[in-house]
Design a protein around this ligand. Structure first.
Ligand code: XMP
Length: 320
């Protein structure tokens, strides 16, 4: 049973001291690796690892081909400003090959998990002699996975999977007692810029969690472009999270006087405190219209845009 540290009980100074101490004593004089996605959780872990281990930590961004526009380079630049050297590893081929032909949501998540931990990280770890992977699992990830709602990509032990025998390395999870708001507070305390610690959540399986049906480079590009538009219009919304989803079904549309049997984008924007429950944000209608106009004019083949008005539960925040 994991002991939750609530926001009220979180003393960031004590937390940082305790976690950096634990990381240092686990890793000793060895090497640890951490996977940085640029999300809040992995950014905070990177800073904790950096404070604890300095040069003994190797931070890598896996370019899985499923990230948002310009993400890998941006994250590298932001961390370079903080004095943390980040290496970008191109693994696009591996991920797209693993996702080819898969349409079932849980199979898709499993393919990403296996590619990430076994193939891509397994190789990096073997080549670097690292014994530890530091990662930013938080309590909400565990809750949903254990409840069988959604297999979050980063949960193993609680499912009876031993990373050491499955992948050949141990996983350290310094944020496991926290929820999102607590992570943000620690992020601010370790010196992350607002742009990083106040970021909206983004899932480990990245844009693949926002594609219904097969994940292909073309379909990723469509949802990526819709994401740029949605994030631009909703940045000031103060919502907990906002995203674009690409549907599998096509609908009849028209373009230049001709029939266009096109694709559908769904916009979701959530009010939530900790992602466990959420309700759709009551966005101004003009903003919805602006997003729809931009999406249908700028993204080839998209003829329909909808806004999700269901709450979680029974919905979930992502679509996959
Ligand atoms: P759902 O879709 O389950 O998402 O309502 C709850 C929160 O978790 C994020 N999410 C994930 N985060 N790995 C993660 O690290 C995952 O596999 C994953 N799936 C969903 C989601 O964006 C939301 O904030």
């Amino acid at each position: 049973m994991i002991r939750e540290i609530t926001l009220q009980n979180l003393n960031t100074g004590d937390f940082i001291r305790e976690k950096t101490g634990e990381i240092r004593s686990a890793v000793g004089s060895g090497i640890a690796i951490n996977a940085l996605s640029g999300g809040v959780d992995s950014s905070v872990v990177t800073m904790l690892g950096h404070l604890a281990l300095g040069k003994q930590l190797r931070t890598v961004v896996i370019e899985n081909g499923l990230m948002r526009e310009g993400e890998a380079d941006r994250v590298k630049a932001l961390f370079s400003d903080l004095g943390v050297e980040v290496e970008v590893v191109d693994a696009r081929q591996e991920f797209f090959a693993a996702l080819k032909g898969i349409t079932d949501p849980e199979e898709k998540r499993e393919a990403i998990t296996q590619t990430f931990y076994k193939d891509v990280f397994g190789k990096i770890v073997r080549e670097s002699n690292a014994k530890f992977l530091l990662q930013g699992t938080i309590l909400t990830d565990i809750d949903e996975t254990v409840a069988g709602i959604k297999r979050q990509h980063n949960v193993f032990e609680q499912l009876g999977i031993d990373p050491q025998s499955a992948f050949g390395y141990r996983i350290l999870e310094p944020l496991i007692q926290l929820r999102k708001e607590g992570v943000r507070k620690v992020g601010e305390a370790v010196g992350l810029p607002l742009e990083l610690f106040a970021r909206i959540p983004f899932p480990g399986p990245a844009l693949a969690a926002r594609i219904i049906g097969e994940v292909t480079p073309d379909r990723i590009e469509t949802v990526r472009r819709a994401t740029v538009i949605v994030e631009k219009w909703l940045r000031e919304s103060r919502a907990f999270q906002y995203l674009a989803i690409l549907h599998e079904d096509r609908v009849t549309g028209m373009r230049d006087g001709k029939r266009d049997f096109g694709q559908q984008i769904e916009i979701r924007c959530w009010d939530s405190l900790d992602a466990r429950t959420a309700s759709p944000t009551q966005l101004p209608f003009e903003i919805l219209l602006k997003m729809a106009e931009e999406i249908t004019t700028q993204i080839p083949g998209v003829v329909s845009v909808t806004y999700n008005i269901a709450s979680k539960p029974p919905s979930t925040i992502e679509a996959v």
